[in-house]
Design a protein around this ligand. Structure first.
Ligand code: TEU
Length: 565
């Protein structure tokens, strides 16, 4: 495990619903992915991660699964899937699946059976609880505890037929599976082995640090929101390491060349050291959230600007914390995050420069980078208007709770949703300048971003100065320069509010990365500038190299030198 293949790999995330539609129904599908594999192979990525394609009522766009071992007809068939897997493998790319097993759909046969009666053999596969002591079941406040769900409203749904409540940390159509039950765990393991036997190369595990709950499910802390915050009872719960190690033994042990990454909101560096220590046999890496929560203030409905020094403190802590044991994953974007160029860059005059700068600063860290569809062409947030423009269950549910239950001004909530809402990531991939950005010949389920005539893949591939070719260069650098993969990391200028700078060092090679997070020139006060006098400028996103270490607006530079011991 010392030289794991995924340390030099770059992963590309596909959100199939919004990637490419081959049959004109307005919804992306697997044949659409197959048609665009050369765009991905050309970029040089090593692994594809497919967001869920399983049969689903689509309450949360497929993160509510009603059959773990098939493909939703919306996306195609199992034979389309096999063809995609073979076509990816032919091009030297691996493919990992999304594993969503903290919860299933309420339409999964397991849940249908579980809710059918108090004595159902599957009753204990989910979290069924009676009403709070002394309360009339089904009345307001009678829920077993005070937890709110991530998508707004209580985390419990009353089932009049059996008179009990079931737990759902996400929507009411996503009941939480009861991992305390060994039969649940072995059913999940069996399903995972079935996919691996089919040839898939690993899993991205959805909110996997939520699966172990504190027994008794005590009330959460009351924060002034409509519901309590129960996260202390389900984030990194008491049996989480046991469950992950058991999964490793039952599913992954003895299989080669896999990749496992656990999505873990709220994970700390100390916990991540345990999760990703190869000797403990849990997961290869985790997705932490600190750097995408860095622009979140105490009031969720007030936009807060990023302080660059906070961002550097976060990455610095993660780089140091996982330097001797474990491994980082690196990402700006995924299907839940707004577009990074609109968030931490400048999507106006400096869109191309800032998208490249953000890519360089992220990819040169130690860890495995993830690119989300459209990031490689610098796609931007969508100009949402009113709440009617949003489709995401999270945006709609949180809006309803904030406005109707908590009395926030609609315009304040909309301001935050426009900047941070998940639909920003979910508008169609922009392939070319034909109608709907070439995503579909029909009517897309979410409209294409109106900037597609300027920002699209066909144009980016033709332009050697595009964000696409810059990302291709970053990926190539990771593949060819071992210091990018294995070098030590040292943060420089931790107190500078505009420049992000660090070095990577492996044996006699040292790299220096500097990125300007602003639209004005800024001078890097390096600790030892003379050491870099004769260094090679490996990548630069503007026409001129810095003079006297003054970087232009949104400039990014990567230098390499040979160190004589
Ligand atoms: O997301 C987990 C998660 O914590 C999200 O709630 C995320 O922090 C939030 O949406 C950011 O706005 C995973 C999936 O990635 C997401 O798409 C699913 O909706 C969720 O789990 C439930 O499966």
């Amino acid at each position: 495990m010392t030289d794991a293949w995924w340390k030099s790999a770059v992963v590309y995330q596909i959100y199939p619903r919004s990637f490419a539609d081959s049959d004109g129904d307005g919804m992306g599908d697997l044949r659409g992915v197959i048609q665009h594999l050369d765009h991905l192979a050309g970029l040089g990525v090593d692994v594809l991660w497919l967001s869920p394609i399983y049969p689903s009522p689509q309450d949360d766009n497929g993160y509510d699964i009603s059959d773990y071992q098939d493909v939703d007809p919306l996306f195609g068939s199992l034979s389309d899937f096999d063809e995609l897997l073979a076509a990816a493998h032919e091009r030297g790319m691996k493919l990992i699946m999304d594993l969503v097993v903290n919860h299933s759909s309420d339409e999964h046969p397991w849940f249908v059976e579980s809710r059918s009666s108090l004595s159902s053999p599957k009753r204990d596969w989910y979290w069924w609880w009676p009403a709070r002591d002394g309360m009339e079941p089904g009345t307001p406040g009678a829920e077993p505890n005070n937890w709110g769900s991530v998508f707004g409203g209580p985390a419990w749904e009353w089932d009049p037929a059996t008179g009990e409540y079931y737990l759902h940390l996400f929507s009411r159509k996503q009941p939480d599976l009861n991992w305390e039950n060994p039969a649940v765990r072995s059913a999940v393991h069996e399903m995972m082995r079935w996919w691996l036997d089919r040839g898939v190369d690993g899993f991205r595990m959805d909110v996997i640090n939520f699966i172990s709950k504190v027994p008794g499910l005590p009330d959460g802390t009351v924060t002034g929101a409509a519901y309590g915050d129960g996260s202390a009872s389900f984030l990194n719960g008491p049996r989480i390491h046991e469950f992950l190690h058991e999964m490793y033994e039952q599913v992954f042990a003895g299989r080669d060349a896999l990749l496992t990454v656990g999505e873990m909101p709220g994970v700390t560096v100390e916990q991540a050291r345990l999760y990703t220590d190869p000797a403990r046999e849990e997961v290869d890496m985790v997705f932490q959230f600190d750097h995408v929560w860095a622009d979140r203030g105490p009031d969720p409905w007030v936009l807060q600007r990023l302080k660059l020094t906070d961002l550097k403190a976060i990455f610095g802590r993660w780089q140091a914390g996982l330097s001797d044991v474990g491994w980082n994953s690196l990402y700006w974007n995924n299907h839940d995050q707004p577009r990074v160029v609109s968030r931490y860059g400048d999507d106006g005059d400096f869109r191309v420069e800032s998208a490249k700068m953000l890519g360089a600063v992220l990819h040169l860290h130690r860890g495995t980078p993830y690119v989300y569809q459209g990031e490689e062409i610098g796609m931007t947030n969508y100009p949402f208007g009113g709440i009617g423009d949003f489709r995401d269950i999270e945006a709609l549910g949180q809006y309803a709770q904030a406005v109707e239950k908590e009395g926030h001004a609609p315009e304040d909530v909309l301001t935050v949703l426009r900047a941070r809402g998940r639909d920003n990531a979910r508008t169609p991939m922009q392939w070319d300048d034909s109608p709907h950005a070439g995503f579909t010949t029909g009517t897309p389920w979410l409209p294409a971003n109106p900037r597609y005539p300027e920002i699209n893949a066909a144009r980016a591939r033709k332009d050697p100065d595009s964000v696409y070719h810059w990302y291709r260069g970053l990926i190539e650098l990771r593949h060819t320069e071992p210091a990018v993969v294995h070098g030590d990391f040292t943060m420089l200028l931790p107190h500078d509010e505009q420049l992000y700078a660090y070095t990577r060092r492996l044996d006699s090679t040292e790299l220096l990365v500097i990125g300007n997070f602003g639209g004005t020139p800024a001078r890097a006060e390096l600790p030892d500038p003379a050491a870099w006098d004769r260094a090679e400028l490996v990548m630069n996103n503007t026409a001129q190299p810095p003079a006297d270490w003054v970087l232009g607006p949104w400039q990014a530079v990567i230098y390499r030198r040979t160190v004589t011991p």
